[in-house]
Structures are given as C-alpha cells and as structure tokens.
Design a binder for this molecule. Structure first.
Ligand code: HEM
Ligand SMILES: *[C@@H]1O[C@H](CO)[C@@H](O)[C@H](O)[C@H]1NC(C)=O
Ligand SMILES: *[C@@H]1O[C@H](CO)[C@@H](O)[C@H](O)[C@H]1NC(C)=O
Length: 328
C-alpha cells in the first residue's frame, strides 16, 4: 500500500497551507526585482505621517476594510467610473490620507522598479510601518499579493463592521472571516488611534432614551464634551472625535483602559466591555500592554494574508486607483 492512498498523507500535506503562512507569499519576494521596496515605503510612510498625523489611522482602517471585503487585494483603492461603483464608495467614510499614502509610495516604486510592486503589498507594508511609527508593535509582512481585477461597492455589503451592530452580529462577522472572539478584541484595539465622525455615535448623545439624553454607558463628563463637540454635526458632517480621547496619537493599550472608564466612543466599543464574551479580553489587554502588542501583531499578520490573490488571479496595477485594462 502506498502512502498516497492514506488519507492521513493528504492531511499532512495540507497542514503547511493552513492560516498565517500563505503558501505563495514570501518575506523576500522583492529581494531581486525591487530591492528597495521596503526602504522606499518606510521612508514615505514616515515622511507622510510626519506632515499628516492622521495618516496612520486612515491607512490602518483602509487596510482592514480592504482585507474584510474580498481579501487584502487593494480592491478598496479603485475609483468608481461611469460603468461601476467601486468598493471605496460603499458608505465607509474613508479618509483621503490613506489613499494618498499608497499613491505616493506607488509613484516612487514605479520609478525605482516599474510594474513590479503590487498595491496590495504596498498597503499592507505601509500599514505595518505606520503602526510602528505611532508606537505600536512590528510584525512580518509576507509579500507577493496581486491586485484585484474587480471592485464593486455591492461586494462590501455585510462584509465590514458597523457601529450599529450588536455583539452577536460582530462575532458572526469576525468568525466568518476566521477570527476568534479574542482576535476580534485584539484587532479592534486599532481604535487606539484615529477618529470617528459624529454621525457614528450621535444616537448615543442626543435623545438616547426617554430616561436619559445620553447613553448612560458613557462617563458623564465625556458625554457632555462629545455633545458640545457634535452640537452642529448635522450642518457640518465633518465633525469628528478621537477614538482614544486620552492618547489619540499613540498606539498603546489605552483603548481598553478607556472602555473600563466609560470612554469608549462607539456603541460597539462600549459593548466590548459590556458583553461577557469580550470583557475578559478587554480586562487582559487593559492590564497588559505587552500581551496586547503581541496579540495585535500576530492577528495583523493573519489579517494581512486574508484571501490574498496570487498568480493569474490578479495583476500588478500600474496605478493603484484603476485596473490596467478597463474592468469592473
Ligand atoms: C468591532 C468592529 C469595528 C467597528 C464597528 C468599527 C467601526 C468604525 C467606525 C464607525 C469608525 C469611524 C469611521 C469614520 O467616521 O470615519 C472607525 C474608525 C476606525 N477604525 Fe474601526 N471598527 C471596527 C474594527 C476595527 C478594526 C478591526 C480596525 C483595524 C484593525 C479598525 C480600525 C479603525 C481605525 C484606525 C479608525 C480611525 C480611522 C481614521 O482615523 O480615519 N476598526 N471604525
Ligand atoms: C429630541 O426629541 C424631542 C421630542 O421627541 C424633539 O423635540 C427634539 O427635537 C429632539 N432633539 C434632537 C436633538 O433630536
Ligand atoms: C455651533 O454653531 C454655533 C452657532 O453657529 C456656534 O456658536 C458654535 O461655536 C458651534 N459649535 C461648534 C462645536 O462648532
């Protein structure tokens, strides 16, 4: 009997292809074809972060949403045209800084090594470099992702989390992408940087219930401050608040510490501490930043290989905002 007939043989064969390590991605993918790949991205990321401190948050969210919708394939970077409403125009309120970050890196890389560096690899690498730039942990980004041949706003439906979702909906969504509850809690620690627009949490501030003007889950002074900040948000929809009111520019575990004192901005943030499924992890990360950094780094590595496309399943775009051939 040969081992080929043995189901165990196939099981063993498939083991190395399980999560984390995507079979076709390698850490030295551009070693020969574009040796300055990492160096160029890192220097542009640092430069851009220096001139626009909102870049790190904008890019991190862009990357997360790109990966959630059909995998980390830069589909979120494509602009709509008269034939097609692209993924980025699903109602995501994305900040321009993330797109600009990738466009700048792509421009430099096209000069250095034309047609080689994919937008998906650039976005994944720049995100890591920006997390590090604002004080977060580093992690390995494997390379060799191809860019998608499709980007449709309808593909985003039900694929990314909303601040209006219940914890059960969030758990269903994240587990459908292969993340455990603990990994979800670690990932959302990304809300230690960046902003949210008033409309994302205004329901918690005004006319919350017949007993309470604001959500009682908020610290009272925090709620009063947010009400003031957002008083004109209907006239000025750009009004927004820091996700982490204590250390808004620093990547740390303050997000979790905030949740414990009523300083969670979005309803879903407060729910992380209010729900028994997630609370133990909030407590753990609030008490142990090193543990948060370790888990965040490892779950970001996992996120970064979600449904990546290799070979003929994608292309290396010439420009990150459009397909090489007219496509959808
Ligand atoms: C629990 C699920 C999550 C929900 C419901 C959620 C929801 C949101 C919302 C509504 C905003 C505000 C967007 C705006 O008004 O511009 C936001 C911002 C942000 N989110 Fe999340 N998010 C979740 C998980 C994550 C994860 C897993 C990451 C990354 C790993 C992430 C990264 C960010 C960042 C960095 C910002 C700030 C963006 C900026 O400053 O431009 N979020 N999130
Ligand atoms: C709150 O509700 C009251 C009565 O239901 C209404 O008159 C008022 O305009 C509402 N305020 C806001 C800010 O929506
Ligand atoms: C809201 O509008 C009022 C009247 O125009 C103005 O006095 C106030 O400063 C505005 N508040 C904020 C937070 O911009």
């Amino acid at each position: 009997m040969t081992c080929y007939n043995n189901p165990l043989f196939f099981l063993l064969l498939s083991l190395p292809f399980l999560p984390f390590t995507h079979p076709k991605l390698t850490t030295n993918y551009y070693h020969k074809s574009c040796p300055k790949f990492s160096e160029i991205i890192q220097s542009i990321a640092n430069e851009k972060q220096h001139s626009r401190p909102s870049t790190a948050g904008a890019t991190l969210r862009l990357f997360f949403l790109d990966c959630m919708v059909g995998g980390c394939d830069a589909s979120i970077l494509v602009t709509s045209n008269s034939f097609n409403i692209a993924e980025r125009d699903a109602d995501l309120s994305l900040s321009g800084d993330g797109f600009d970050m990738v466009a700048r890196a792509k421009m430099s890389l096209e000069i250095e090594c034309p047609g080689i560096a994919s937008c998906a690899d650039i976005l994944a690498t720049a995100t890591r470099d920006l997390v590090v730039a604002v004080g977060g942990p580093s992690y390995e980004i494997r390379l060799g992702r191809k860019d998608s041949l499709q980007s449709k706003s309808t593909d985003a439906e039900n694929q990314y989390p909303l601040a209006t979702m219940t914890m059960s909906q969030l758990v269903t969504l994240f587990t459908s992408k292969g993340f455990s509850i603990q990994e979800m809690v670690a990932l959302v620690g990304a809300h230690t940087i960046g902003y949210s627009h008033c409309k994302e949490f205004s329901n918690r501030l005004f006319n919350f219930s017949k007993d309470s003007e604001s959500d009682p889950a908020y610290n009272r002074q925090y709620a009063a401050g947010l009400r003031k900040l957002c008083e004109n948000y209907t006239e000025d929809p750009t009004m927004s608040a820091y996700n982490d009111v204590m250390t808004p520019w620093k990547f740390d575990n303050m997000y979790y510490r905030n949740l414990k004192s009523g300083l969670g901005l979005l309803a879903t943030d407060s729910a992380m501490y209010g729900d028994q499924r997630t609370k133990p992890f909030v407590d753990m990360y609030a008490n142990d930043q090193a543990r948060f950094f370790k888990d965040f780094a490892s779950v970001m590595e996992k996120l970064s290989v979600l449904h990546v496309k290799t070979g003929r399943k994608g292309e290396v775009r010439n420009r990150c905002d459009s397909f090489n051939q007219l496509g959808f």
